[in-house]
Design a protein around this ligand. Structure first.
Ligand code: F3S
Length: 390
């Protein structure tokens, strides 16, 4: 693997211990994946932010890195953490967890990371441009960035993305290279316009193809449809790159000759629905996977306006702090039903201590809630879920 003199100097420890450790990891990953060299990145997005998922071992790792003087050298944002930083008590979270979670955020901040704590950084906090090389580690966000923006990132793990953020470079392999971004299968999608159908489409495709690169025809996703599809495909399979005809910047140049074509319509969506639904009633409804956008906040507020909260099930609305602030009027309507939480989500929060049956409109959450949170899942369209509590 070729390193420039400047890169070698960092590896030799000339920029300090933190940068040296980070470069060692970036180079080790590059060797494993056969990279010929490194490539400069314009931004990083880091996972491994919730105390629930990284535990005391992760906290110690971050503490050592920060003590070694590690600092990020490119704009870097952070994924959701295990709680709303102010409203954690409303999430039934204890002060021990809160203290450790706050320490994790403090350590990332000390390393220069923007502690925005959202899985939709591309809506404002961290917006890459087409063609940018980036190192992102949130499966839904990186998939969105590759497909909907045309930026270039592999499916980074938390430590790998943090190391790349520190050295400002990542190993040049996988989805950083043209040859590995080409479609492997054509998907003829025959679905309606709703967000939920786009989530089920992502689920059906992820289940069917696993880790390939689908080329979609028959859909025209915008921000919300794109984010829910990206999330579902990454969770049901391991899709990190996809094309949509007329949407993905690189789609126009794709050679589709000889590729298998798969039809995904009503029957496949029904199959995906059956597989993901395991509960008939819920104790918690959690919306916002990935984090709710302004349009979604507004649509939910329109559905709830004039209705009254009923039943015992709790409802949480998960979004970024920036969107919560921008949607003050909608927040007032939503808060009549349940808390509008920032910085967190139903999967990375320790909900298993308080609930065992959760409702979501996201197939990504539908995949992870049983395994990471021991939940049975009701996965439905938002309007259907809201009927349970209003
Ligand atoms: Fe975001 Fe949590 Fe879903 S991090 S994509 S809301 S599982």
């Amino acid at each position: 693997m070729h390193l420039t003199d400047a890169e070698q100097a960092v590896l030799d420890g000339e920029s300090g211990e933190g940068a040296q450790k980070a470069m060692e990891l970036v180079v080790a990953l590059g060797k494993v994946y056969g990279a010929e060299g490194l490539v400069d990145i314009t931004s990083a997005h880091l996972s491994g932010a919730s105390y629930k998922t990284i535990g005391d071992g992760g906290l110690k790792y971050l503490s050592d890195l920060a003590a070694g003087g590690a600092k990020v050298s490119v704009p870097s944002t952070l994924n959701p953490i295990g709680m709303d930083r102010e409203r954690w008590a409303e999430m039934h979270i204890g002060s021990d967890f809160a203290e450790k979670q706050n320490e994790i955020v403090r350590l990332y901040g000390a390393m220069g990371v923007k502690t925005t704590c959202s899985c939709t950084p591309y809506t404002g906090a961290n917006v890459p441009k087409t063609g940018d090389h980036i190192a992102w580690a949130e499966s839904s966000a990186l998939s969105f960035a590759n497909a909907m923006i045309g930026a270039r990132t592999n499916r980074e793990g938390g430590p790998g993305a943090l190391a790349a953020a520190i050295v400002g470079k990542t190993a040049n392999y996988g989805l950083h290279l043209d040859a590995n971004r080409r479609p492997t299968v054509v998907i003829e999608a025959d679905i309606g316009d709703s967000l939920f159908e786009h989530s089920l489409l992502g689920q059906a495709v992820g289940m069917r193809i696993g880790g390939g690169i689908p080329y979609f025809r028959g859909i025209r996703p915008g921000l919300e449809e794109g984010k829910t599809m990206a999330a579902a495909m990454a969770a049901a399979g391991a899709v990190a790159m996809w094309h949509v005809e007329g949407v993905t910047p690189e789609a126009a140049g794709c050679d589709l000759e000889g590729l298998e074509t798969i039809h995904i319509g009503k029957a496949e969506l029904e199959d995906a629905f059956e597989r993901i639904n395991t509960a008939d009633d819920v104790q918690l409804i959690a919306l916002g996977c990935p984090h709710l956008t302004e349009r979604e906040m507004h649509e939910i507020a329109s559905l709830l306006k004039g209705r009254k909260k009923r039943g015992d099930a709790e409802i949480w609305f998960c979004t970024s702090a920036a969107v919560r602030e921008r949607c003050a009027e909608d927040v007032r309507v939503l808060e009549e039903f349940g808390p509008v939480l920032a910085d967190t989500c139903m999967v990375v929060a320790p909900i298993e201590g308080s609930f065992s049956r959760t409702g979501t409109n996201s197939c990504k959450a539908g995949n992870y809630l049983p395994t990471l949170c021991s939940q049975k899942v009701m996965c439905r369209d938002i309007a259907e879920l809201l009927k349970v509590v209003s």
